[in-house]
Design a protein around this ligand. Structure first.
Ligand SMILES: Nc1ncnc2c1ncn2[C@@H]1O[C@H](COP(=O)(O)OP(=O)(O)OP(=O)(O)O)[C@@H](O)[C@H]1O
Length: 248
C-alpha cells in the first residue's frame, strides 16, 4: 500500500509462514483512532502472531503494516515502541521490588532503562504525570507500595500505566483480564474504555462477557484469516462464528 490513510493502523495482505505453515494468511485489518477493537478466535488462530507482527517481534513474510502511515514491517522493535506502539504481554513485567511510583517513573519516556531514568531528578512535570496515570489505573493510594505486594489485578493495571505514561497512539493488550476477579474485570473494562479515548486499542480476549463490555468492534480470526468482523452483535450472530468458535 503506497497511499496514505486516515487509519491509525492499516494492515494489508499480511502473511507470515513458519516452515510453510501460514499462521497469518493475507490479512487485511484497519483500526481507527478512538477505536477499541477485540480480536477473538480459537486457539492457534493467529491472534498472538498478529500482535507479534505489529510490534516487530516476528517479521512478516509478505504484506504491509502501516501505523500512522509509517511502514512498521521494516522497523526494529525499539523503533516501533518509539513510534508510539505499546504492548502488554500476558505476564506483567513490572519491577516487583520497586514502588508503584518508581515503576511509573522508570517508564517515563526520558532516558531509557532503570539507570537512565532514576538518575534524572524528579521534576513537577514528571510527578504530575505519574499522579495522573496512577489515578487512572486506580493506584493513586498505592504509590509508595512495593509493586510485588500488589494484587494480581493491580499488577496488570500498573503495567498498563507503565505503557500509558509513554502516551502510545496504539496500545495492544493480550488477555488483560486473565486471572482477575469479577470486580477487577469490571474496573478493567472501565479503564480500557477510558484509555481508548484519543488513541487506538487492540485487545486479544477469550472472555466473551468482557469482550461485550469493551469492544467497539470485534474481529474473529480463524486459521490466520478473518472469519468475521463488525460490532459484537453482528459477529455473535454470524453462523460461521458460531460454528468454529462460539458454539463450543
Ligand atoms: N515462532 C513460531 N514458529 C512456528 N510456529 C509458530 C510460531 N509462532 C506461532 N506459531 C504457530 O502459529 C499458529 C498461531 O499461533 P498464535 O499463538 O498466534 O495463536 P493464537 O490465536 O494466539 O492462540 P491462543 O489463543 O492459543 O493464544 C499456531 O499454530 C502456532 O503454533
Amino acid at each position: 500500500m503506497d497511499t496514505n490513510t486516515n487509519f491509525t493502523l492499516a494492515i494489508e495482505d499480511l502473511t507470515v509462514s513458519f516452515d510453510g505453515f501460514k499462521a497469518v494468511d493475507a490479512l487485511n485489518f484497519y483500526l481507527d483512532k478512538n477505536e477499541l477493537h477485540v480480536v477473538i478466535g480459537p486457539n492457534g488462530a493467529g491472534k498472538t502472531t498478529v500482535l507479534d507482527l505489529i510490534c516487530g517481534k516476528t517479521k512478516s513474510t509478505e504484506g504491509s503494516i502501516k501505523f500512522l502511515n509509517k511502514e512498521l514491517t521494516k522497523m526494529a522493535e525499539h523503533e516501533i515502541v518509539r513510534a508510539g506502539v505499546g504492548r502488554k504481554f500476558q505476564t506483567p513485567s513490572i519491577y516487583e521490588n520497586l514502588s508503584v511510583l518508581e515503576n511509573l517513573e522508570i517508564s517515563y519516556p526520558y532516558g531509557r532503562g532503570v539507570y537512565g531514568s532514576l538518575t534524572f531528578k524528579r521534576n513537577k512535570t514528571v510527578l504530575d504525570k505519574i499522579h495522573e496515570i496512577a489515578k487512572q489505573i486506580m493506584l493513586d493510594d498505592a504509590l509508595d507500595t512495593e509493586a510485588g505486594l500488589l494484587s494480581h489485578g493491580q499488577k496488570q493495571w500498573l503495567e498498563i500505566g507503565m505503557l500509558l505514561i509513554q502516551d502510545p497512539q496504539l496500545l495492544m493488550l493480550d488477555e488483560p483480564v486473565a486471572g482477575m476477579s469479577v470486580k477487577e474485570r469490571e474496573q478493567t473494562a472501565e479503564l480500557l474504555n477510558k484509555i481508548s479515548e484519543g488513541r487506538s486499542v487492540l485487545v486479544i480476549e477469550h472472555d466473551m462477557e468482557f469482550v461485550e463490555r469493551i469492544a467497539d468492534k470485534v474481529t474473529v480470526l480463524h486459521q490466520g484469516k478473518i472469519l468475521a468482523t463488525g460490532d459484537m452483535e453482528t459477529v455473535q450472530n454470524d453462523p460461521k462464528v458460531i460454528e468454529v468458535y462460539l458454539g463450543h
